[in-house]
Design a protein around this ligand. Sequence first.
Ligand code: IPE
Ligand code: IPE
Ligand code: MG
Length: 224
Amino acid sequence: MNPIKHVAIIMDGNGRWGRSKGKSRNFGHKEGLKTVEKIIKETLKNKIKYLTLYAFSTENWKRPKNEINYLFSLLNNFLSKKIKELNEEKIKFYVIGKKKFNKKLNRLLNYSEKLTSKNKRLQINLALNYGSKSEIIRAINFIKKKKLGINEKNVSKNLYTSNIPDPDILIRTGNRKRLSNFLLWQLAYSEIFFEKKLWPDFNEKDYNKILNLFKKIKRNFGKI
Ligand code: IPE
Ligand code: IPE
Ligand code: MG
């Protein structure tokens, strides 16, 4: 049985879900937030230590302004309402990506990270304004500045995810089989599960099914 330390998720399909209900893409984003809450609870139940959620990519800035604004207002409301509860649940909140938003959101993100920084039960990494290619380039620039050797250990140590074990599992919902610039370095040996369901339809049962499938996989890491 493989232990599960880290699950990463590309939460895709909100927009299509909203449209499929005859409503807006934003309606799908709102519904998708409910799935986030379900999956956090289930991750705690499964005693998994790290959960990384892809919420906004560096490429997502190419979307219409109204959708971008809506996504960030959802995040703002969610965090302001829930960060206390997350803290009480002993969850550590951490942002991966470039924290460069409006003042209010920057402050809320920093506050949330600080408030929960000592928690050890589960670490939630929220990938926000995150792009894997720019993360790797940033790491290499740090290494150069520190005049260190460019090697695997130093690259890993200078990514946003330094000190976090690589994901055991990557799940992408929404019936698309691509990585969309997510954790390209860290996923080198992860087991990848592409899920047909759109994110708002994904539930605890689907999640546990994947976790159980993972446990039985023979992971080789190049060996036999
Ligand atoms: C959610 O799904 C991902 C985010 C960028 C928040 P999408 O908004 O990409 O939904 P689809 O893929 O267009 O259906
Ligand atoms: C990936 O989904 C980003 C997030 C889930 C935040 P996208 O919907 O942006 O990916 P593409 O553009 O279809 O590859
Ligand atoms: Mg999408």
